[in-house]
Design a protein around this ligand. Structure first.
Ligand SMILES: [Fe+2]
Length: 582
């Protein structure tokens, strides 16, 4: 039974689910090379089918975001200013808005109207799919159910509380589900007028960062003191313990934008960031805690763009009501395609419990891999580099890393979601704190959070305080941990000012080749830890093909590029250049 999931809003994509397991998944931006590409993802539909050997598709499932229903098949573009206008318009109008988007009735109306617009698009979608040989019927899954299903059915748990939170989708900004076996039942929902996600985005914007850059605030927050400005924020958003819901107290976030801005004027931006982050952590803890106590569940599965916030995830993991946390690694709307297909599969199929429990996300390496011929073609046109074929590229890469060189690695299938987990990564030793300046400059990024590390699972407790072998979420860089004193001393480059880090804990079975590289690096240096940052330039999607890699390597003036078993180095570079300079 193969289901094809498709999402077509921001960061559109496609995924194939075979008997309840995701077997291939890609986002359109990686193929179109345009960050957060939206529109109907024709390229990725073809790609996920090809990756799975073109199986017959039984059903096509759309991850609905009704507000993006008027999407055009041919107009594959996503304009951030345009989206920004839309969000501001939704957030900005007082009165009408509270009525329209603050009540169950309003949300229902909104969904009916936009649902009809989505319906009107179906014939065009159907025609496009038929051209690719897909004749299966098309259905749609509610936006927050797709988020929830993604988290629930990749958790590997039989029972769990599932919390979703994002900007908005299908009229809601958050929801709570109970997963029992294959069942997934909604127990609460929050209308999008009360969106914490939109509020956070709003403050991000107010502080001069672009939309989609909420991570900057999270990073900046560690530099500030939340106490001063928190009371200001508490006048705008609160958790209503009686009703178990999050409440936007403003007339409309946008309507009170000027007031909020004025109220925040006395505070430095670090303190503002710290306060909005604290508001976020407090409200979400209260929200999740309320339903954990109410349902008696002790395992928490999370999805939705809000849970890109790694600090929030740590706070939730540390709640007394929580035994374990799972964060679906492609938590934002880009991960909706897999969620929609999973939701549809489990709605129709009840699996035996023994089977269910093993359905943890098997791998995140769900995208395309490339051949030697692709690599050869990509390096052909390069000037001023040496290309050599090596018998053991992992050992060679480890040797170069131990010499202090920056190594970009493109090998094996591409990761699904916002994090590179070794196959589309830039690696460097974690001892040099200054790397956060000069490497970001070369990659044309500005960050307030240090690079994240990859650590060998065998050594995880040496670096991460409180880590336990069953902390599955830590394998995907979705949760922060407090650094151990050893980590602060030996790997200062990956430790944030608040003493936390955001690791990928690497097991041999998840990525044998990458694990071998890190093991070899440890053999040479004694340290089973490396910086692992995604291989992309500022504002560009993570590289996909060897050709993308070669282009980014050239533009960022990186030292070493590993493409499968080819090692590309800049000619005339001294061997131990320690990666410095520009
Ligand atoms: Fe969403």
């Amino acid at each position: 039974v193969t289901l094809l999931g498709i999402s077509f809003a921001i960061d559109s994509g496609a995924a194939l689910v075979d008997r309840g397991t995701v077997v291939s998944a890609v986002n359109e931006e990686r193929l179109s090379r345009k960050k957060f590409q939206s529109g109907f993802p024709l390229r990725t539909v073809a790609e996920v089918l090809r990756l799975a050997g073109n199986p017959p598709v039984e059903r096509v499932v759309l991850a609905s975001t009704t507000w993006s229903a008027p999407v055009d098949l041919d107009a594959q573009s996503f304009d951030f200013p345009d989206f920004q206008q839309r969000v501001l318009a939704i957030a900005g109008r007082a009165g009408v808005q509270r009525l329209a988007l603050g009540s169950a009735f309003g949300v229902g109306l909104f969904r009916t109207v936009f649902g009809a617009m989505l319906e009107a698009r179906l014939p065009a979608f159907r025609r496009a799919l038929r051209e690719m040989g897909v004749y299966a019927p098309i259905t749609a899954v509610d936006h927050h159910r797709a988020h929830a299903a993604a988290a629930a059915y990749t958790s590997g748990w039989d029972d769990a509380l599932v919390v979703t939170a994002d900007g908005l989708g299908d009229g809601l900004c958050a929801s709570v589900y109970v997963k029992r076996g294959s069942r997934l039942d909604r127990v609460a929902e929050v209308p999008c007028f009360h969106s914490l996600g939109v509020f956070y985005t709003y403050v991000t914007h107010m502080m001069g960062f672009k939309f989609g850059r909420e991570g900057k605030i999270t990073g900046l927050a560690a530099h500030g003191d939340p106490r001063a400005a928190l009371p200001v924020f508490q006048r705008y958003v609160t958790f209503d313990a009686e009703k178990g819901t999050i409440r936007n107290l403003a007339r409309g976030i946008g309507a009170d934008y000027a007031t909020l801005k004025r109220d925040l004027e006395p505070f430095c931006r670090e303190d503002v960031a710290a306060a909005v982050q604290a508001l976020f952590e407090d409200s979400l803890s209260a929200f999740a805690g309320h339903y954990l106590r109410k349902t008696g569940m002790r395992r928490l599965a999370l999805a939705g763009g809000v849970f890109a916030n790694v600090r929030v995830n740590q706070v939730l993991r540390e709640l007394p009501e929580v035994d374990a946390v799972w964060v679906y690694p492609h938590m934002g709307d880009g991960g909706g395609a897999a969620g929609a297909a999973l939701s549809a599969f489990y709605a129709d199929h009840r699996l035996p419990a023994t089977d269910r429990a093993t359905r943890r996300l098997p791998t995140l390496y769900l995208g395309p891999a490339f051949s030697d011929a692709d690599v050869d073609r990509a390096v052909q046109g390069l000037r001023g580099v040496d290309v050599k074929e090596v018998a053991d590229p992992e050992v060679e890469a480890a040797r170069l890393l131990a010499q202090g060189r920056v190594v970009a690695r493109v090998s094996g299938p591409m990761e699904y979601g916002p994090r590179a987990l070794g196959n589309r990564s830039i690696l460097f030793h974690a001892s040099d704190k200054t790397v956060n300046d000069w490497l970001n400059k070369r990659l044309r990024r500005t960050e307030f959070m240090p690079f994240a590390p990859v650590v060998l699972e065998e050594e995880a407790s040496l670096w991460l305080s409180g880590w336990e072998p069953d902390h599955v979420a830590a394998r995907y860089m979705t949760v922060t941990y407090r650094a151990t004193p050893r980590c602060v001393k030996l790997a200062p480059a990956v430790v944030h000012v608040d003493g936390t880090l955001r690791p990928q804990v690497l097991r041999a079975e998840d990525n044998p080749a990458f694990h071998r590289l890190l093991e070899e690096y440890r053999r040479l240096t004694g340290l089973g830890i490396l910086i692992n940052t995604s291989f992309n330039l500022h504002e560009e999607p993570i590289v996909c093909s060897p050709a993308d890699a070669v282009r980014a390597f050239d533009q960022a003036l990186l030292d070493v590029l590993v493409l499968r078993d080819r090692i590309v180095t800049r000619s005339g570079e001294p061997e131990a250049r320690a990666g410095r300079g520009t």
